[in-house]
Design a protein around this ligand. Structure first.
Ligand code: TYM
Length: 327
């Protein structure tokens, strides 16, 4: 039996470099490994946990699916689907919520952040976010989850719920582990925190053209370019981390050596970095243009993915209902 892999990306907009380096790269690696059966979804249901526009969601769930395809997720190798097409996720989330405590969910850093960001939207759906995510994973009995490091607290919840459920109902859910990549934490361009869709000025979109990319990279804050020691956090550390992730660790080391001797010229570093990012995104952007020219193909991928995912999810739910005394 192949081990199952499940991952998802919320339908909140086009993918950024953090999503790509932290999650999609890991998804691609596992897709090409014969040991695994890979399932990747657009987490459109999770988009409802914070305020959203109906029109934008309708568009974004498709855009994210197209981004997956352009990045190299291959429907011949992976099951690619929209989360809302498989209502078993919601059903299992409800069952799992019966063993999830409110106190545990309220203490999650991701929950606290979102409540701070949207104080008027402290909803049940938001509180239930990690439970639905656990259901996404457990409904396929997935053992490995390629996601960035920010998702680790959610995976811890998934493991706890699996354990508790197994103990109480004699189910056999595996405890899912994170599959990490070198880019598990891509820093923000603005110098603080991580690259994030919800922070303007923090991210590089995979669909940015060279001009936009240059503008975004050039606006990253820096310092005088010289010092006794290279900063370990803050804007300069973030810039060097991006250099490392896109251009390699050698280039980073060269800049660091210059920083503590002759000094660096950020204008040159940034121009080169923007160029390197653009080159690395070129195949993605070319493939994306081909895919959007064929909407029928995208429709077919969505339909086929839903059928394949539902088949696995339905079998899990039949067993769970039985064990809960509902079947
Ligand atoms: P989302 O949409 O916030 O992020 C999608 C993926 O991108 C990763 N990521 C990053 N990685 C490195 N550096 C960054 N700056 C960065 N920003 C984002 C995230 O870690 C994530 O892997 N809860 C998930 C969606 C989800 C899911 C699931 C994932 C729903 N159900 C089941 C796995 C399994 C999320 O917030 O994604």
């Amino acid at each position: 039996m192949k081990k199952r892999v499940l991952s998802g990306i919320r339908a909140t907009g086009r993918l950024h470099l953090g999503n790509y380096l932290g999650a999609v790269k890991g998804m691609l690696e596992l897709q090409d490994d014969q040991e695994y059966e890979t399932l990747y979804m657009v987490a459109d249901l999770h988009t409802l946990t914070t305020p959203y526009s109906v029109e934008e969601l309708r568009q974004n769930r498709r855009e994210v699916l197209i981004d997956y395809l352009a990045a190299g997720i291959d429907p011949e190798k992976s099951v690619l689907f929209l989360q809302a097409d498989v209502c078993e996720h919601l059903e299992l989330a409800y069952y799992l919520s019966s063993v999830a405590t409110i106190a545990r969910m309220q203490h999650l850093p991701t929950f606290k952040d979102k409540v701070k960001q949207y104080p008027e939207h402290n909803t049940m759906a938001l509180l239930n976010y990690p439970v639905l995510m656990a259901a996404d994973i457990l409904v396929y009995q997935a053992e490995l989850v390629p996601v960035g490091i920010d998702q680790e607290p959610h995976l811890e919840v998934a493991r706890q719920l699996a354990r508790k459920f197994n103990q109480m109902y004699d189910t056999n859910f595996p405890e899912p582990q994170r599959f990490a990549t070198k880019g598990e934490y891509v820093p923000s361009l603005s110098g603080e925190g991580k690259m994030s869709k919800s922070v303007p000025g923090s991210y590089i979109s995979l669909t940015d053209d060279l001009q936009t990319l240059r503008k975004r990279v050039m606006s990253a804050p820096t310092d005088s370019g010289q010092g006794a020691a290279v900063p370990q956090d803050g804007p300069v550390a973030n810039l060097f981390k991006l250099v490392e992730l896109v251009q390699g660790v050698e280039r980073r080391r060269e800049y660091e050596a210059q920083y503590t001797s002759t000094g660096v010229r950020y204008g040159d570093i940034k121009a080169e970095l923007a160029e390197a990012i653009f080159e690395s995104l070129r195949p993605f952007q070319e493939k994306r243009a081909e895919i959007i020219a064929d909407p029928g193909y995208v429709d077919q991928v969505i339909t086929d993915g839903a059928v394949k995912a539902r088949k696995i999810a339905a079998a899990t739910l039949a067993d769970v209902r039985q064990k809960l005394g509902l079947g």
